[in-house]
Design a protein around this ligand. Structure first.
Ligand SMILES: O=P(O)(O)O[C@@H]1[C@@H](OP(=O)(O)O)[C@H](OP(=O)(O)O)[C@H](O)[C@H](OP(=O)(O)O)[C@H]1OP(=O)(O)O
Ligand SMILES: Nc1ncnc2c1ncn2[C@@H]1O[C@H](COP(=O)(O)OP(=O)(O)O)[C@@H](O)[C@H]1O
Length: 287
């Protein structure tokens, strides 16, 4: 089995200091290392529960990576990995964004030390003020014809206007490395707005979150992706294949019959940001 580091990972842990990072194979699978501190165990528990839970509607399953169990992986010193569908396997020039949802990333059951660490990040980013934060993104720059990924530090410093601007940049054709340039939102209608676009998918998810009490998705992210190859070729809107997926279930807890207000609130706010861009694609917030 040929394994390599994923080309377009935008957030989360990477191989560092002897610890393994995610890997992908050529058969469309994504291998995520089981993290210590019971996080890995908890994520496996979630996937096992979710994949056999008959209360999860079929049309909602498509928003989650397919789970293929766990596996000891040779290229990674035999470490156990969670085997998932590689969400980017069918994309050749993907633009990708990871958005961590919720007005808080901590939860009462966590240790005081962990809560304080999360609180610091939550108040210092748009988590508290907007109900989500952009954890990472990579866009295909249509002027430079190459991928552009901002430094993490830059993302952590985004305020609400900065997040709004970044969501425009994500669907713009003008150069992204130029901080001063105003995003043209050229792909907003095909990526965010088309009948199968990001907004439609977010609204379908929201419908489920308004009722589901099975799980609480603490610290979970929405991963948005679309294809640039088709846009470059001038094909029609549907070829951008915009996709919304949920990732990172290391801190998911049982819902115990209670609505996940934290995720739902963040999702509603995020939907409003996307809607605003669609309603005024030419407006551009100052960074
Ligand atoms: O260590 P940090 O500060 O980079 O925090 C990680 C987060 O990075 P962030 O600062 O939010 O961009 C990281 O967030 P992303 O996945 O990058 O959005 C995770 O929250 C990670 O924890 P876990 O894998 O969910 O248990 C976080 O890792 P832990 O520190 O909780 O191990
Ligand atoms: N199934 C997947 N397919 C493709 N890429 C993925 C998949 N899951 C995660 N990723 C990539 O890895 C990043 C980190 O994933 P995540 O599950 O949040 O890891 P961590 O627990 O280390 O934070 C995501 O932002 C995304 O770029």
């Amino acid at each position: 089995m040929q394994l390599k580091a994923p080309e377009h990972q935008v957030a989360g842990h990477i191989a560092k200091d002897g610890k393994p990072g995610p890997l992908v194979d050529d058969k469309g699978r994504f291998f995520k290392p089981l993290q210590g501190d019971s996080r890995g165990e908890n994520e496996v528990k979630f996937y096992e529960s979710f994949s056999s839970n008959t209360e999860v509607p079929e049309h909602i399953r498509r928003y989650f990576p397919v789970y293929h169990g766990t596996q000891a992986v040779e290229g990674s010193d035999g470490a156990a990995m969670i085997v998932l569908e590689n969400l980017l396997a069918d994309y050749s020039k993907p633009s990708v964004m990871d958005v961590k949802m919720g007005t808080r990333t901590w939860y009462p059951e966590a240790s005081e030390e962990y809560i304080q660490k999360c609180l610091k990040k939550d108040t210092g980013t748009t988590t508290v003020s907007a109900g989500f934060r952009i954890s990472g993104f990579e866009v295909f720059d249509h002027k430079e014809l190459s991928f552009w990924k901002p430094e993490r530090k830059l993302l952590r410093g985004l305020n609400v206007d900065g997040a709004r601007l970044t969501l425009r940049k994500f669907v713009s054709s003008n150069s992204l490395s130029d901080i001063g340039s105003k995003p043209d939102s050229a792909f907003a209608s095909s990526v965010y707005g088309s009948s199968h676009g990001i907004l439609t998918q977010l609204l379908e998810l929201k419908n489920w979150f308004e009722n589901q009490t099975l799980y609480h998705f603490n610290s979970c992210s929405i991963l948005m992706v679309y294809e640039n190859e088709s846009i470059l070729k001038g094909n029609d809107d549907d070829d951008a294949r915009p996709q919304v997926k949920l990732v990172d279930f290391a801190h998911v807890l049982d819902g115990n019959g209670v609505i996940d207000h934290n995720f739902l609130g963040g999702l509603c706010s995020f939907i409003n940001f996307i809607r605003d861009i669609l309603q005024s694609p030419n407006e551009s917030a100052e960074s």
